[in-house]
Design a protein around this ligand. Structure first.
Ligand code: NAD
Length: 299
C-alpha cells in the first residue's frame, strides 16, 4: 500500500479528492500553482509543497487532477516536471479529462523513466468528489491498475477498468458527450414545463419517476431551488465549468472526426455551449444552459 502520495491540482474536484485521501490516513503532499488552494488542504492535514519538483520527491504515488491537455503535458514533461522528478517505481495516476491519445504517449515516456502510468478520469461531479463516491474509468496495464486500486477506492465508489491506455479517456469522453446532451435536454423540457405553469419541483418529481429520468434531472437539476446544494441553487457557482464542458465536447468532436463518426446532437450542444462560453458564462457551472434557454423565451 502506498503511504506517501503527492496530489497535484486542487480545484473543484482535486481539492475534495485530496481531502478524502487525507481522511483515509494516506500521507498526502499537495501542490497547486494557486497557493490559496494549497492552504485550504494544509488546514485539513495535508503537507504543502511549493513546486512540482518538491511534491514529487519521495512520492510512491502521484495523482494529477488538472484542467486540460496542455496543463497535463506540461506538468508531466517539463524539465522539472513529474516524469523527471519522481523516484523510480512511482505510480502515476492522471484523473484529468484529456485527449484519449495522450495517455499512450505519457505511458511510453513513463516506461523510459521506469515509472508506471495509468489514467483514471472520473465522473460524479463535486458532490461525489466530496463524499468519496466518484466513478473511475481506468485505462492501463492490469497489474498497475490493481496497485492503484486502494487510492482510487479512497476517493470513489465505482471503478471500471476499461482496457489499455486511452480507453478510460475514450469512455469518459463518450459519457460527457451524453451528459452535455442530457443537461441540454432536461433544461429544454424544464423550461417548457415551467412556462406552461408547472411547479418546477413537481415537474422534476414527475421526470424523476418517469422515462425522462437521468442524472441531469435527478442529481444535478439545472433549475434553481429544485435541489439544495447543487450549482443551480448557488447561482451556478462551483461545479463543472462551461469552459471545461466546451473542452470535453471538443475532445469528442475531434475523436469523432478522426474516426469519421457523425455527431448530429453533439454538434448542436457544442455550438450551444460555445455560445455560452463566448457570452459571459465561461466560469459558470454547465447547468447554466437552463438560464440561457429560459432567456430565449419571448424573443
Ligand atoms: P478546476 O479548474 O477547478 O481545478 C484545476 C486546478 O488545477 C486549479 O486549482 C489550478 O490552479 C490547478 N492547476 C492548473 N495548472 C496546474 C499546474 N501546472 N500545476 C499545479 N496545479 C495546476 O478544475 P476541476 O473542475 O477540478 O476539473 C479538473 C479536471 O477534472 C478537468 O479535466 C475536468 O474536465 C475534470 N472533471 C471535472 C468535474 C467537475 O464536476 N468539476 C467532473 C469530472 C471531471
Amino acid at each position: 500500500l502506498f503511504s506517501q502520495v503527492g496530489f497535484i491540482g486542487l480545484g473543484n474536484m482535486g481539492g475534495p479528492m485530496a481531502n478524502n485521501l487525507v481522511k483515509k490516513n494516506f500521507k498526502v503532499t499537495v501542490f497547486d500553482t494557486d497557493a490559496k488552494k494549497r492552504t485550504a488542504l494544509v488546514a485539513n492535514g495535508a503537507h504543502e509543497s511549493n513546486s512540482l519538483k518538491e511534491v514529487c520527491e519521495n512520492a510512491e504515488c502521484i495523482v494529477t487532477m488538472l484542467p486540460a491537455n496542455q496543463h497535463v503535458l506540461d506538468a508531466y514533461t517539463t524539465s522539472d516536471g513529474i516524469l523527471k522528478s519522481v523516484p523510480r517505481g512511482c505510480t502515476l495516476i492522471d484523473c484529468s479529462t484529456i485527449d484519449y491519445q495522450i495517455p499512450k504517449k505519457l505511458a511510453a515516456l513513463a516506461k523510459d523513466m521506469e515509472v508506471n502510468f495509468i489514467e483514471a478520469p472520473v465522473s460524479g461531479g463535486i458532490m461525489a468528489a466530496r463524499e468519496g463516491r466518484l466513478s473511475f474509468m481506468v485505462g492501463g496495464e492490469g497489474e498497475i491498475v490493481e496497485k492503484a486500486r486502494p487510492i482510487l477506492e479512497a476517493m470513489g465508489a465505482k471503478f471500471v477498468h476499461c482496457g489499455g491506455h486511452g480507453s478510460g479517456q475514450a469512455a469518459k469522453m463518450c459519457n460527457n458527450l451524453l451528459l452535455a446532451i442530457s443537461m441540454a435536454g432536461v433544461s429544454e423540457a424544464m423550461n417548457l414545463g415551467i412556462k406552461l405553469g408547472l411547479d418546477a419541483k413537481k415537474l422534476a418529481a414527475v421526470i424523476n419517476t418517469s422515462s425522462g429520468e437521468c442524472w441531469s434531472s435527478r442529481v444535478y437539476n439545472p433549475v434553481p431551488g429544485v435541489i439544495d446544494g447543487v450549482p443551480s441553487s448557488k447561482n451556478y457557482e462551483g461545479g463543472f465549468s462551461v469552459t471545461l464542458m466546451v473542452k470535453d465536447l471538443g475532445l469528442a468532436e475531434n475523436a469523432a472526426s478522426d474516426k469519421g463518426v457523425k455527431l448530429p446532437l453533439g454538434d448542436q450542444v457544442t455550438s450551444l455551449y460555445r455560445h455560452l462560453h463566448e457570452n459571459g458564462f465561461s466560469g459558470k457551472d454547465f447547468s447554466v444552459i437552463y438560464k440561457y434557454l429560459e432567456s430565449l423565451a419571448g424573443k
